[in-house]
Write a protein that binds this ligand. Structure first.
Ligand SMILES: *Cc1c(COP(=O)(O)O)cnc(C)c1O
Length: 385
């Protein structure tokens, strides 16, 4: 297979891991819609036994994703939370995890409502402050789980600093890179052990697939994660793998436009009389702007706003008044979405916990799509009015 590892991001997005089909020359990776593979004699096969373990469409996608994150190995899962679940299965009862206080709601639910009962202990701390991390490290600490930018308050965590601490104490460090996408940020280059993505978001990019992935340079970790995939069976199907391969071919183009539109909209919202606060890491006054500049290529299309009117009624009225933005969970697709975290993506986090991390009832999160920015701004103008 051609080595694209030294090529630019766009070239890797389009070509890495993808070869013309050897039997026909088809330029697009075929959808190998099969559950099993015929063997010549018992144990003699073409490298494929049963499709829970291996599927050529999925393998092409995995090679492509590894190339985009500058990683050697990649395993794909049937959803982002299934990928997170696989990482947690590396742990044993009594182990401890240090993680952020501003997590994706589904990650929080998986940690607290499922894994606490298996004897894993979680510490939710403000990861923007490195001292918070060392204060919680002990002999049982096995995993640091960081999401950056955080969801929805867009805090930026210094991946390199956190990875250095993790290495010092022999702790596995995972970065959930969903919000940035591999176009904006590559955590393995900054020392993380594993990169996780909800492929559902920017990688898929078209709001038509649910998938997750884990990428690493550590062969032993990869073998363990692959064993977990094959043993637990949260594997994605070949059709979904094909759709994501197709989506990724325009990742770099989409991300450029997400970033351009995001910047214009963040600047428009900042001066809006009905808005109290705009969370976007591209503002020089954002408390973690310098780290964002250091570890990200650009600032992305995710923006959160806090309305001046604190009432839930007003927030709901605004959220329901959009004509171009759609009110929906999820993010990272070509179409712009608006979300009310308190009742939607973050509803599984108790109100007190939520509000401590800034997820108040009058906060709305925007996933800025790739439409014409003038139309998006006009839509915001009328909805806020
Ligand atoms: C959506 C999301 C997840 C979960 O992924 P699914 O594909 O929905 O299971 C995890 N982390 C972040 C940051 C997300 O946005």
């Amino acid at each position: 297979m051609e080595d694209f590892s030294t090529k630019g991001f766009g070239t890797r997005a389009i070509h890495a891991g993808v070869e013309p089909d050897p039997s026909t020359g088809a330029i697009m990776t075929p959808i190998y819609q099969t559950s099993t593979y015929v063997q010549e004699s018992p144990g003699v096969n073409k490298g494929y036994g049963y499709a829970r373990g291996k599927n050529p469409t999925r393998e092409a996608l995995q090679a492509n994703l590894a190339a985009l994150e500058n990683g050697k190995y990649c395993v794909c899962f049937s959803s982002g939370v299934a990928a997170t679940d696989a990482v947690l299965k590396l742990l044993s009862p009594g182990d401890e995890v240090i993680t952020g206080d501003d997590l994706y709601g589904g990650t929080y639910r998986l940690f607290v409502n499922l894994y606490e009962k298996f004897g894993i202990k979680f510490h939710f701390v403000d990861l923007t402050n490195a001292d918070n991390v060392t204060a919680y490290i002990n002999a049982n600490t096995k995993l640091i789980w960081a999401e950056t930018p955080t969801n929805p308050t867009m805090k930026i965590i210094d991946i390199e600093a956190l990875a250095k601490t993790a290495k010092q104490y022999n702790i596995i460090m995972v970065a959930d890179n969903t919000f940035a996408s591999p176009y904006l940020q590559n955590p393995l280059n900054l020392g993380a052990d594993i990169v996780m993505h909800s492929v559902t978001k920017y990688l898929g990019g078209h709001s038509d697939v649910v998938m997750g992935t884990l990428i690493t340079n550590d062969e032993k970790l990869h073998q363990q994660l692959y064993f977990i995939l094959n043993s637990s069976g949260a594997n994605p199907g070949p059709m979904d793998s094909f759709l994501v391969l197709r989506g990724i071919k325009t990742l770099h183009l989409r991300m450029e436009r997400h970033c351009q539109n995001g910047r214009k909209i963040a600047e428009y919202l900042k001066n809006h009389p009905k808005i109290e606060k705009v969370y976007w890491p591209g503002f020089p006054e954002h408390p973690n702007h310098e780290i964002a500049k250091k570890q990200m290529r650009d600032f992305g299309g995710m923006i959160s706003i806090v309305l001046k009117d604190k009432s839930v009624e007003n927030t709901f009225r605004v959220a329901s008044s959009f004509k171009v933005f759609s009110l929906a969970e999820s993010l990272g697709g070509v179409e712009s979405l608006i979300n009310h975290p308190a009742t939607m993506t973050h509803a599984s986090i108790p109100k007190a916990e939520r509000e401590k991390s800034g997820v108040v009832d009058n906060l709305l999160r925007l996933s800025v799509g790739v439409e014409d920015v003038e139309d998006l701004i006009a839509d915001l103008e009328q909805a806020l009015a």
